[in-house]
Design a protein around this ligand. Sequence first.
Ligand code: PHE
Length: 405
Amino acid sequence: MNARLASLLLAALAALSSGCSKDANAVLIGEVSSMTGPEATFGQSTHKGIMLAVDDLERSGGIGGKHLRMKTIDDQGKPEEAVAAITTLITREKVVAVLGEVASKISLQMAPKAQAAKIPMISPSSTNVKVTEVGDYVFRVCFIDPFQGEVMARFAKERLNASKVAVLRDVASDYSTGLADAFSKTYTAIGGTVLLDESYHKGDVDFRAQLTKIKEAQPQAVFIPGYYNDVGLIARQAKDIGLEATLIGGDGWDSAKLYEVGGKAIEGSYFSNHYSVDDPSPRIKAFVEAYKKKYNGELPDGLAAMGYDAMSVLGAAMKRSKDLSGPALREAIAQTADFDGVTGNITIDGNRNARKPAVVLKVAEGGKFEFVQRVSPTAPAAEAPVAPAAPAAPAPSAPSATPTP
Ligand code: PHE
């Protein structure tokens, strides 16, 4: 009898310390982030935003009286690490939901795991259209690249008055190729000419051959939908060879490191993003102040804001959900409507995407990102394509030197 009781007690103690039940009073959320590697600022900023939202949720009483606990795994910016990470989070840690990734290429690899396990996954900022198409357990709280590409195509044509551009895309990145295609499609449809479409591979360090070809074609702007490290290097080499065209890009530029790598060469460039730290709206001001307070005066970039919104949307859904099982939580997230996010009003649509405005920022002197304009998703959609048979995919090379209308 006594021996039996003792062994039962021992078993209970073992269970407690093994981790399965050590936090009976906590809800465990998983996060897969690039905390190190070439996209390290993406993961680090996103994580900081998430943790700020966790503070807010804890202050408001947690989830049904339970604490929130984050289990974050660094994927080093590698898809295979991310797949291992989400598998661990779901099967071993038994998280109720997963936040991540930033890079579309990585989210695309993770998503099938979440879908198969029926554990909701919310990407804060993966914009490639295919990410949420993986299945009904995969969500995002950001806009998608067809919209972002349209915003920059119109910006080039209508604000920069550029009628001839070149594109320089990272062919190893789903994000870059998707955004390059979206940009070219709109740009061509509104009467612009894509003189040539050059490519590189993430991690390349010498872009001079492509840049020289681009320089010879004499575009007025070059669209570079890459990530900050590559873009910084590209900008430097463009300057070196005397390429004068205005450089433009997408949200992948959003990092303080862009200027560290690109220096003066990146000044005067423009990119689309999810929010502007200088936005005077009280909602954004309060967020920026709270973030600075928590992180030693550091300013939140777009990633931090998206991380904050992703966790906040998940938190609100957990509070509404009838329980924290995958299917119930999936339902609750899908019903997110009119959520007052830092990056705008978030309504999850039938494709599990969010329709939200984008901002265009200028890389000003000293690397400061200056607000230029805000573009809402409804505004530009109305115009019908001008060209009768505008090709959806950009022509691989064949620069047509035809002057534009
Ligand atoms: N949208 C990018 C992608 O899908 C990731 C990103 C988001 C990078 C926001 C920077 C800022 O890969």
